[in-house]
Design a binder for this molecule. Structure first.
Ligand code: ATP
Ligand SMILES: Cc1cn([C@H]2C[C@H](O)[C@@H](COP(=O)(O)O)O2)c(=O)[nH]c1=O
Length: 188
């Protein structure tokens, strides 16, 4: 089982992962970017805005993803792997390129491995504004509200385009209700 939890910045992914970690104590918890030693270095580079070129930035994420799939997802394919972000973020955040092109590049990076379960936490513009106002922004969050809402729409489109097994959850529901919906989805 390869489960991914997706959503734009502040959607509540870490909050739900903390709850999942208590329920699934035999699962492998991981993340993109940064789920491997090389990935940690790549994460630092992208989030501090070292790449000036958007294309270079996307290739850094793709490198992280290729290493992560080989070293974490495939090496634990007999276990439950639960990841904070995945190729869905990779496709959605690379919004300067056509969806089809980015999907193809991402499928190369994952060796065609797709998640078995996708959880997308969806924020309203108002709730996103509220949550972003309460934290310091990294170089991607600094791109603003409209940018992130566009990314969220691309996430939804990507999940449907790839015909994945998914649940979309309103991220402004209570933490407990979201967690229950996730548990039901994983137990289906
Ligand atoms: N269901 C919820 N209702 C209200 N606030 C929430 C809910 N879930 C999370 N939060 C709050 O929203 C903020 C962002 O949550 P969290 O860090 O879990 O998001 P994230 O998706 O992991 O963010 P990022 O991608 O930026 O790391 C935190 O202050 C958290 O306490
Ligand atoms: C995987 C991936 C991520 N991003 C962006 C999304 C976030 O702004 C950051 C990651 O930070 P988080 O604390 O882990 O949420 O990177 C991206 O632009 N492209 C990607 O492929």
């Amino acid at each position: 089982m390869y489960v991914v939890i997706e959503g734009i910045d502040t959607a509540g992914k870490s909050t739900q992962l903390e709850i999942l970690a208590k329920k699934y104590n035999n699962a492998v918890f991981t993340k993109e970017p940064g789920g491997t030693p090389i990935g940690s270095k790549l994460r630092q580079m992208v989030l501090t805005g070292e790449a000036n070129s958007k294309l270079a930035e996307m290739f850094l994420f793709l490198a992280d993803r290729a290493e992560h799939i080989q070293e974490v997802v495939l090496k634990n394919k007999d276990k439950i792997v639960i990841s904070d972000r995945s190729m869905i973020s990779g496709i959605a955040y690379a919004q300067n390129l056509p969806l089809k092109t980015v999907i193809d590049l991402n499928l190369i990076s994952t060796n065609n491995v797709l998640p078995s379960h996708v959880i997308l936490l969806k924020l309203s513009k108002q709730e996103l504004e509220n949550r972003l106002s309460q934290k310091e922004h990294d170089s991607i969050e600094a791109r603003g509200i409209d940018y992130l809402i566009d990314i969220q729409n691309r996430m939804e489109k990507t999940i449907k385009e790839l015909n994945l097994n998914y649940i979309f959850i309103d991220a402004s529901l209570s933490i407990e209700k979201i967690s229950k919906d996730i548990e039901d989805f994983l137990n289906e």
